[in-house]
Design a binder for this molecule. Structure first.
Ligand code: URP
Ligand code: ZN
Ligand code: ZN
Length: 471
């Protein structure tokens, strides 16, 4: 199968020019002016942007959490992703307490079996290093293409690890070439604040934010940075939400330390007041870290513009409002933590970031595709449009007006964080490795076409033939 995409404006993190793209099989074969080639399918991209498929480095599909399971499995979550222009993501495989990493990974691979519409890899979420051989097994995971270790510094009694476990994982990563990711909040302090609030009779959703003040995120971010420095491993701080966490990341990066951070779409748009919406509607915005005071949004836009933060993910962790968020109707601490967003990241960042002049088009591609691909060992196979790269391509209509609403979305969740928001610009056609996945509002790809991607070690590259090469 060959595809010729004609006359589009090709935008990568570095370039912006009008040309044709010829795809032969799964990869980009040629890029040039007025290519005169026969193809099985010709796509007229005049007036459109031709972008690399977006890469989402932070999702939770089919994940048990908060007494329930995230509502989007691999098929529905990846369908939402495909409509949103995301063609590759890295999901979290959670190690059960005492479980070997191999068993955890086979559980997660089984969940994806036959359901994949886009390509995906896994981070391993480490919850227990206390069994014999745990450190050695963790060290061996990069050989299987699992090249990032995630540790939760919060969610006491569930996913939280102590500093000993965090530091041991960091030491392993320093030797194995993995990137350490942290959910940075001080879970012990938060646990005290939650218990106190409940004892005082505070049960409503906004207490989720009042018991997780920004200082608890700032403290944990700084602690993780300092520990990573001692261990000598690279560090990536997920879902940065506030100034208190941005500042230590900025300071570390200014010193040239191997520290990176991401924020998520929702922190740029949803603020604390959403949690105060009446009739339990605030529960829709219970995710962690919580929505912050609005002033943080300009701090985050500045940070993504200046590369203090290097990626924007979704942290898609969707729970239905009617049947799942309702677990916490009488107790905010029982509301499953997480929000949806896989389908709307590109639309929202394009409209409010690029169209409103906060970031350039090149920077948008860098934040949503190129940097995540580089940081997580997928580049240059993913994250750019170049000869030999996977033909993961978004033909994006920059002028189409769309009103975001849950009734049009492809996730199984029953609300949208950006309900009623009008955006200009949306994906029109999405290709995965040369196959049309979505076009004109229809899903054309079938489950099973997506693949697991073994990623390269931190700083290494994934060759265009898909072989990880050492850093
Ligand atoms: O509330 C959130 N973010 N849920 C997903 C798990 C996590 O902390 O990333
Ligand atoms: Zn987290
Ligand atoms: Zn998450």
């Amino acid at each position: 199968m060959s595809v010729l995409i004609k006359g589009g404006r090709i935008v990568t993190s570095a370039d912006d020019y009008v040309a044709d793209v010829f795809v032969d099989g799964e990869r980009v074969s040629l890029i040039g002016e007025s290519l005169d080639l026969d193809a099985d399918r010709v796509i007229d991209a005049t007036g459109k942007y031709v972008l690399p498929g977006c890469v989402d480095p932070h999702t939770h599909l089919d994940m048990p959490f908060g007494g329930t399971v995230t509502i989007d499995d691999v098929e529905s979550g990846q369908t939402a992703a495909a409509f949103g222009g995301t063609t590759c993501h890295v999901d979290f495989c959670i190690q059960g307490k005492g479980q070997s990493f191999a068993d955890a990974l086979s559980d997660w691979h089984a969940k994806a079996e036959g359901k994949q519409l886009i390509d995906m890899g896994y981070h391993i979420a480490v919850t227990d290093l206390s069994f014999d051989g745990a450190l050695e097994e963790l060290a061996s995971l990069p050989e299987r293409g699992v090249t990032s270790y995630k540790l939760f510094m919060a969610y006491k009694g569930a996913l939280q690890v102590d500093d000993e476990t965090l530091f041991k994982a960091m030491e392993v990563a320093a030797g194995s070439g993995a990137l350490v990711m942290v959910h940075a909040e001080n879970g012990d302090a938060i646990d005290v604040l939650v218990k106190k609030a409940l004892a005082e009779g505070h049960t409503e959703p906004h207490w989720h934010a009042l018991t997780r003040p920004p200082e608890t995120e700032g403290e944990a971010t700084n602690r993780a940075i300092q520990l990573a420095r001692v261990a000598g491993c690279p560090l990536y701080v997920v879902h940065v939400s506030c100034r208190e966490a941005v500042e230590p990341i900025a300071a570390a990066r200014a010193k040239g330390w191997d520290v990176w951070g991401e924020t998520c779409t929702q922190y740029l748009f949803v603020d604390y007041t959403f949690l105060e919406r009446p009739s339990f509607e605030g529960a829709k915005y219970v995710y962690t870290p919580p929505p912050r005071d609005k002033a943080n949004q300009e701090v985050l836009w500045d940070a993504v513009r200046t590369d203090v933060l290097s990626a924007i993910s979704t942290d898609h962790c969707a729970f239905r409002w009617d049947t799942q968020k309702s677990l916490g109707r009488d107790d905010f601490s029982k509301i499953p933590n997480g929000g949806p967003g896989l389908e709307n990241r590109l639309q929202m960042i394009h409209h409010f970031g690029v169209r409103e002049g906060r970031i350039t088009l090149n920077r948008m591609v860098e934040l949503l595709a190129t940097s995540p691909a580089k940081l997580f060992g997928l580049y240059p196979r993913k994250g750019t449009l170049a000869i030999g790269s996977d033909a993961d391509i978004v033909v994006f209509d920059p002028e189409k007006r769309v009103t975001i609403t849950s009734s049009d979305q492809h996730s199984k969740v029953d609300y949208n964080l950006y309900e009623g928001t009008e955006v200009v610009g949306t994906p029109e056609t999405v290709l995965l490795r040369g196959q049309v996945l979505v076009t004109g509002g229809d899903l054309v790809g079938t489950p099973g076409i997506g693949q697991y991607v073994a990623r390269a070690r931190f700083g290494g590259e994934l060759t265009r033939a898909g072989q990880p090469v050492a850093a």
